[in-house]
Design a protein around this ligand. Structure first.
Ligand code: SF4
Length: 440
């Protein structure tokens, strides 16, 4: 795991939302630290998402933002394609408590109206605003917004929005040779050339509070493009695989690309994008960051076995119920293990604060390595939850410590009473017709 690449930090938010830092760590004597008076360290990586409904439908938009905030979104973006959308922003900002980003395409006036309404950041693809003076007008408005403190801008050079530039052939020739051994070299060259061009406009106007995105639906291009951009531009990077598809495949594409980059210290804020409810983008984004150790976990971490021929309870159902209940009731980052049998369960649950192993339609429950109860299958969920809540109360009161084992887990004898369930279950199984595979 590489440390985060240093970048010029940006700040967004206000007294109502709290201030969120993205990036950081660029030395104060770096030319791009101009105007900063305090040294920074890299902020934890943030999770963003975007509302799926219409922004002008104020009540629904506010409700969606609340739902995404409750799920853990640090920043929420809203689309403002029409004047009626920017007209709604003031009221939306009044009713929400998370920094809001206005997503602008094509119409620079929507950017100006959003800034007037008080949004905390603008997302702009200079590639689809053809007139340079319009881009300059937006930059100047962001610079003087927020009582003169300014608001940041995300510059997008996403694959879809730069591909039609008329000078692409010339720039590709110029830069293409640099990436000639990369199958996406042409596109990386265009992205970098465009970024240089856009950043010049921003720097000329003395504007540096910038994040950069270079998204594509191709995970490999995303990895290569952000890696090259990170070497050249010390601005925080907004990572994403765009149009990643339905959640099932989108998760894999996003986790491969973003996980690789983050492990290499590249990326300061992330957005997963699925053709699904954006709440999944938030949940999966957070889980990715927790898994990589880029964020401190809030809530329980559930460990569960995949099951096998030794399974002794309806484990899939139990795991789903435990997962839902833990999300509702537990905020302390305890590890909870749910294991299907007593053979490998103890080994797999090593390191868990609370564990249950199934045996002969029963659950044997352990707290900090100590066996505390054996309950019938129907009572496992309630008892496990009770133990989790009691343990949480003790951690919060300072009388128990996460990750501390009082004793090492002593596994029950698989040949003993709890293991005997295999024979019973095997007998039950013979009553069923075995699965046969039809041969054509
Ligand atoms: S814990 Fe038991 S049931 Fe679960 S995968 Fe391991 S051996 Fe199989």
């Amino acid at each position: 795991m590489q440390p985060p690449a240093p970048t010029r930090p940006i700040f967004l938010g206000d007294a109502r939302t709290g201030i969120i830092q993205i990036g950081g760590g660029l030395p104060l004597d770096h030319p791009l630290s101009k105007g900063l008076s305090t040294a920074s360290t890299p902020a934890p990586v943030t999770v963003q998402t975007m509302t799926a409904g219409y922004t002008h439908d104020i009540d629904k938009c506010v409700a969606e933002i609340h739902k995404l905030t409750a799920a853990g979104a640090d920043i929420v973006r809203v689309a403002v394609p029409e004047k009626k959308d920017t007209d709604a922003l003031k009221e939306i900002l009044n009713q929400t408590t998370v920094p809001i980003v206005a997503d602008v395409h094509f119409h620079f006036k929507r950017a100006l109206e959003s800034i007037d309404a008080g949004v905390h950041k603008i997302r702009l693809n200079p590639g689809n605003i053809t007139d340079r003076t319009q881009v300059e007008e937006v930059i100047d408005a962001c610079k003087s917004a927020n009582g003169g403190k300014g608001i940041p801008i995300r510059i997008g050079v996403n694959e879809g929005s730069i591909i039609e530039r008329k000078d692409k052939q010339a720039r590709a020739k110029e830069l293409g040779a640099v990436f000639s051994d990369n199958k996406h070299g042409y596109m990386i060259a265009i992205m970098i050339a465009k970024l240089e061009e856009y950043l010049d406009i921003f720097y000329e106007r003395d504007f540096y509070d910038i994040t950069i995105s270079a998204k594509s639906m191709d995970a490999q291009l995303v990895i290569d493009a952000y890696t090259e951009i990170s070497k050249r531009f010390p601005h925080p990077l907004h990572l994403g695989v765009t149009h990643a598809g339905p959640k099932e495949t989108g998760t894999i594409r996003s986790v491969v690309a973003l996980g690789t980059l983050l492990a290499n210290g590249i990326g300061d804020t992330i957005r997963l994008s699925y053709a699904n409810d954006p709440i999944y983008e938030v949940e999966d984004g957070l889980e990715l960051l927790y898994t990589l150790g880029k964020r401190e976990r809030i809530g329980a971490e559930l460990i569960a076995c995949p099951t096998c021929g030794r399974i002794q309870v309806d484990l899939f159902n139990l795991v789903q119920q435990v997962n839902d209940k833990l999300q509702e009731d537990i905020i302390v980052p305890m590890k909870v293990a749910v294991m299907g049998c007593v053979v490998n369960g103890p080994g797999e649950a090593e390191g868990a604060d609370i564990a249950v192993f199934a045996g002969d339609r029963k659950g044997i429950i352990y707290v900090q390595g100590q066996k505390i109860a054996t309950v019938p299958e129907s009572e496992i969920l309630d008892r496990l939850l009770k133990e989790c809540k009691d343990f949480q109360a003790k951690v919060q009161a300072g009388t128990a410590k996460l990750g501390e084992k009082k004793v090492n887990i002593v596994p029950p004898d698989p040949e003993g009473e709890l293991g005997s369930g295999w024979e019973k279950m095997a007998a039950q199984r013979t009553a069923h017709t075995p699965l046969t595979i039809k041969k054509s």
